[in-house]
Design a protein around this ligand. Structure first.
Ligand code: ZN
Length: 301
């Protein structure tokens, strides 16, 4: 966890999941809490060494790798927890994430791991999109749905903490099929972030950059590329089932998914591209022989 100071007030701890930190007078607000107690301890240890205050925690979205360390921060530092509306429900009832990924069934025990379910935490302040003032911190919360239902990016002191709305260029390649719940919303969120006037931005996974617009554009292109690949796979045969299209995309993109957890994440992301094609009226879908089937829409049909 390498600590990087961005300006008088803003810091970021770079790791596989970044953690932000805002300092103002006698208050300090962490942005996200890393995946678990051991990861967030590497952050707070450095803040303690520099005598920086730890009083608030803003969770950008309810994915376990961003809030898993939150319970420790509450217990150890008594931080005030701030989270977006809706995401709050999951942070306070964390079994919801493995539940929705498991199509609503009670999740198998193997899905109840730290990657999909963090320790529950009570949210003190629920926030929405727009200007926010929480104690000494004033910032703009920007709704960036598409990766998570009500994810918020934070614009504060000339810095954009973009959460998982986009990934660093290397990180997209590593994830291969980045997790999304809606392509349309993900791309609209990115278009919105391109217009934010700040000195630099840092995503949840990837480096701090001043030229972040370029990286956001690369993310938009990547979503577009995956959308066309899904369409191409559906167009290749007269019809294709949901199970088959998920398997074909995972094979083509060479993702690593030999466990149920990662498989369900990829299945959700591929389904987001499929639903985008349905919403764009480019493919049709129906149930046949108890399978969910897709086919390309004929011109004029
Ligand atoms: Zn996430």
């Amino acid at each position: 966890m390498q600590m990087m100071q961005l300006n008088d007030n803003c810091y970021v701890f770079m790791s596989s999941v970044n953690v932000g930190f805002i300092h103002r007078e006698n208050q300090g607000m962490l942005i996200d809490a890393a995946i678990d107690r051991s990861a967030i301890r590497k952050v707070v240890r450095q803040l303690d060494e520099k005598n920086l205050p730890i009083t608030h925690l803003l969770i950008t979205h309810a994915h376990a790798d961003h809030y898993g360390g939150a319970a420790y921060l509450v217990k150890q530092y008594g931080v005030k927890v701030i989270a977006p509306t809706f995401e709050r429900a999951i942070i306070e009832n964390p079994i919801l994430e493995p539940t929705y990924l498991f199509s609503g069934n009670d999740p198998l025990d193997e899905l109840r791991n730290k990657f999909l379910e963090g320790p529950e935490v009570k949210v003190d302040i629920e926030i929405e999109e727009g200007y926010q003032k929480v104690d000494k911190f004033e910032f703009e919360a920007i709704a960036t749905p598409g990766h998570s239902y009500h994810q918020l990016a934070i614009n504060i002191y000339d810095t954009l903490y973009a959460a998982d709305s986009y990934f660093g260029k290397e990180e997209i390649k590593k994830h291969k099929i980045p997790y999304i719940t809606s392509v349309d919303k993900a791309v609209k969120s990115l278009e919105k972030l391109k217009t934010v006037q700040v000195k630099g931005a840092v995503p949840g996974h990837g480096p701090y950059e001043q030229q972040f617009v370029e990286t956001i554009e690369a993310n938009i292109d990547y979503h577009q590329m995956l959308l066309e690949k899904v369409y191409g796979e559906i167009a290749e045969k007269p019809t294709v089932s949901h199970e088959e299209i998920v398997a074909r995309m995972c094979t083509m993109m060479k993702v690593k998914s030999d466990l149920l957890g990662p498989f369900l994440l990829f299945r959700t992301a591929v389904t987001a591209y499929i639903t985008a094609l349905i919403n764009e009226d480019r493919i049709e879908h129906y149930i046949k022989d108890f399978r969910w089937i897709f086919k390309v829409k004929e011109e004029g049909s």
